[in-house]
Design a protein around this ligand. Structure first.
Ligand SMILES: [Zn+2]
Length: 323
């Protein structure tokens, strides 16, 4: 899973997806008929066909933080980019674009909000430092990639695992009539922004978003019924979409064809790119396939390699089916 490692370790908070996009362009170039980058930064990769337009979408951006004030002692005050958790930031490290590492510490004894925290970038305010952090600079969790048995753990599996799956599908796909668009979207974590403009530009006949979904089959858990290693999850609904029954059925058929066990995802809250895609233009039949992840939105998001491979198999089959 060297490619997944490379993707997760790339720096890419929402609005700063360039490094991730560069890795993907390098990977897809030998397999794509054409690709383009739109105004917002979405990477749109095409495998041409004469049939219906199918859009597969995974987001490149990850959650992060942004410096709001750098005080005279060089402590960095910040706010979140997307759903960062106080518990996951506190006493952990973050990395800025220039590689500068900061320790996240608390201003009050029991921090409950991001504004209760600050970043200590360990800069001597009197020294003429080589690096400096300014207001507006962004950082991400410092979360290294580990592979252990059949599992992977890293920052930004949300949603580099989706990017990895799309790249693998493109590499492995056999000839199909469908006109395939692989979209690597920007700014999902801030409200599905990139997918909205990408879907408008492509105007697909149907679409599948590929993202992660929470599972907490752990001690003290059980809030989400999905199991790690139980197979990729076919989304039924979340806070942004009720998946189109025909696309849901297509995913079910594809799973059956590929002999992949699947689970079903029903979430009250949250959203994925499917939410933006299905309401674009005059409406797009949209579904979603999710990789179950433990410890979502932390530096150690954890997924099962079998679930990831299962998702590749299902989507490869979807690519050769007509809706
Ligand atoms: Zn995501």
């Amino acid at each position: 899973m060297a490619l997944l490692k490379k993707l997760t370790q790339a720096f890419g908070p929402s609005g700063n997806e360039d490094a991730v996009r560069d890795i993907i362009i390098e990977e897809i170039t030998p397999y794509a008929d054409e690709y383009s980058v739109d105004t917002l930064g979405n990477l749109i990769v095409r495998k041409k066909g004469t049939g219906k337009k199918l859009m597969l979408c995974a987001h490149m951006d990850e959650i992060g933080v942004i410096a709001t004030v750098v005080d005279d002692k060089k402590f960095v005050h910040f706010s979140g980019i997307g759903g960062v958790k106080v518990s996951a930031l506190h006493q952990n490290k973050v990395v800025f674009a220039n590689g500068e590492v900061g320790v996240v510490a608390e201003k009050s004894e029991k921090p409950t909000k991001v504004s209760d925290l600050y970043i200590d970038v360990l800069l001597d305010c009197k020294a003429d430092n080589l690096y400096n952090i300014s207001v507006g600079d962004v950082a991400v969790y410092d979360g290294k990639y580990d592979e252990n048995g059949g599992f992977v753990s890293s920052k930004a599996l949300d949603d580099r695992v989706g990017c990895y799956i799309l790249i693998e599908v493109l590499k492995q796909i056999e000839k199909t009539d469908n006109d395939l668009y692989f979209v690597f979207s920007v700014q999902e974590e801030l409200g599905l922004r990139g997918a909205k403009t990408a879907a408008f530009g492509i105007s697909p006949d149907y679409a599948v978003a590929v993202d992660v979904t929470p599972c907490d089959d752990v001690p003290g858990g059980g809030k989400y019924p999905l199991k790690l290693g139980g197979g990729p999850a076919i989304k039924v609904k979340d806070g942004s979409v009720i998946c189109h029954p025909r696309v849901k059925k297509l995913l079910e058929q594809a799973a059956k064809t590929g002999r992949v066990a699947v689970q079903y995802e029903v979430l009250d809250k949250g959203g994925t790119d499917a939410g933006a895609i299905h309401t674009s233009g005059a409406g797009v039949a949209t579904g979603a396939l999710s990789v179950p992840v433990r410890y979502l939105h932390t530096p150690c998001e954890t997924a099962s390699i079998a679930d990831i491979e299962g998702a590749v198999t299902v989507l490869k089959s979807v690519c050769s089916e007509a809706l």
